[in-house]
Design a protein around this ligand. Structure first.
Ligand SMILES: NC(=O)c1ccc[n+]([C@@H]2O[C@H](COP(=O)([O-])OP(=O)(O)OC[C@H]3O[C@@H](n4cnc5c(N)ncnc54)[C@H](O)[C@@H]3O)[C@@H](O)[C@H]2O)c1
Ligand SMILES: O=C(O)C(=O)C[C@@H](O)[C@H](O)[C@H](O)COP(=O)(O)O
Ligand SMILES: [Zn+2]
Length: 363
């Protein structure tokens, strides 16, 4: 991490398609420069919840670029549909967007996943600038180059690995974000604590209110620590050949819960339950100590996140998990911990053990 000009921290993702993630406040004045001179036209993909911000950004960018268009898309998970991607492709086609033009994803993780997918697929790839406006987008969705949409069969089943040109995380944009959205984002922050960075867990345990208040130094530190873990992993394994799978901690069951809830639940909320399940599995099928399992419940509980799910839902969840991207030849794979910051893949576990672990989180 390098301090840039006193206001922004720069975190680098290295390897093919290297890019920089800036974290700080009042950073949107630098968007035009970040996009670069070769860009001619810009499409800003956003939802109505950040509509005013999108308008302001458009006005600002019109000084530097020939054409700046807005694509307002449906809110939250409804944005991650092929029909919405097609709507964006249509706008790009009608405005004659070429490979020297650019797309901005401005919004939560759902918007940045969609905008990233549209950028990856339009003309097989145009410049992408991600400007996340949620905690979850800043620490996770917008910063790692995984893009995608859902299908009727499951979550993120269509997508591409596509590196952004840059990511700008302006924490001032979080001022309008609802408290429950901040806490949902903290599920992914806690995930980094469990898989890699104990300081994150200690900071939440010390004072959860300060940790989750976007105006405190503790909050900023947690955002930076989280992005740093993600950047380290993505730099080493952009296309998820191995190491990157650890970022899916809690997601095998989490994605199945999102599917079961018809995507009406927030991603982080589902992942919270998924992490408690993964911890129980790590205890039963691995060697995770009881105290660490308890710590999952205390940290996630302190964040006000759910820890259990109805007992009768197991058969449906199991069927959905078989379609998880980590599954190989019908064999389910989970990320479990041997201890804090010691993640590994667990594969080929007997279904009875999977169900037994589920009983521990069943409401
Ligand atoms: N690509 C990845 O690596 C990755 C990682 C994690 C999550 N994700 C995806 O991210 C999505 C979840 O992202 P999310 O939690 O940001 O949810 P989201 O995008 O649905 O946003 C949550 C809500 O906050 C609103 N909002 C956004 N910014 C706001 C602001 N500044 N002020 C007021 N309201 C605002 C949105 O309109 C929405 O209603 C899921 O689809 C998940 O699969 C992707
Ligand atoms: O960046 C990654 O890699 C992750 O797994 C991050 C997750 O938090 C994220 O939800 C991701 O979209 C899940 O990936 P998927 O490949 O299982 O859809
Ligand atoms: Zn996630």
């Amino acid at each position: 991490m390098t301090q840039q000009d006193g206001t922004a921290i720069g975190i680098e993702v290295t390897g093919d398609g290297a890019y920089s993630i800036s974290v700080g406040r009042d950073l949107l004045g630098g968007v035009a420069e970040t996009l670069g001179e070769r860009v001619n036209k810009v499409l800003i993909v956003h939802t109505s919840t950040v509509g005013r911000l999108a308008e302001e950004l458009r006005t600002e960018l019109q000084r530097d670029f020939a054409q700046v268009l807005l694509a307002e898309v449906p809110d939250a998970e409804s944005a991650k549909r092929v029909e919405v991607a097609a709507f964006c492709w249509k706008l790009l086609g009608q405005a004659d967007f070429t490979r020297s033009d650019a797309i901005i994803g401005l919004g939560g993780g759902a918007v940045t996943d969609l905008a990233g997918f549209v950028a990856a697929t339009w003309l097989r790839g145009v410049r992408l600038l991600q400007i996340p406006t949620t905690v979850l987008g800043m620490v996770d969705a917008a910063v790692g180059g995984k893009t995608g949409i859902n299908t009727a069969e499951g979550k993120n089943l269509v997508g591409a690995f596509y590196a952004p040109h840059a990511v700008i995380c302006d924490t001032g944009l979080l001022e309008t974000l609802a408290r429950n959205e901040i806490l949902a984002g903290f599920a992914e922050v806690a995930k980094y604590g469990f898989i890699a960075e104990p300081e994150i867990l200690e900071t939440i345990e010390r004072d959860v209110d300060r940790a989750t208040d976007p105006t405190t130094p503790e909050f900023l530190r947690l955002i930076e620590l989280s992005i740093a873990v993600k950047a380290r992993v993505v730099s080493e394994d952009f296309r998820e050949g191995g190491l990157r799978e650890i970022l899916n901690y809690g997601h095998t069951l989490g994605h199945a819960i999102e599917h079961a809830e018809r995507y009406q639940w927030r991603h982080g909320v589902a992942v919270s339950i998924g992490m408690v399940y993964a911890a129980e599995l790590g205890r039963m099928a691995g060697q995770l100590p009881d105290a660490v399992v308890d710590r999952h419940r205390s940290v996630l509980g302190a964040l006000g996140l759910p820890l259990s799910y109805p007992a009768g839902r197991w058969p449906g969840l199991l069927a959905t998990m078989q379609r998880d991207k980590k599954a190989r030849a019908g064999m389910l794979r989970f990320i479990v911990l041997d201890d804090i910051a010691k993640p590994r893949v667990l594969a080929g576990v007997d279904e009875s053990v999977l169900q037994f672990a589920y009983q521990e989180i069943a409401a």
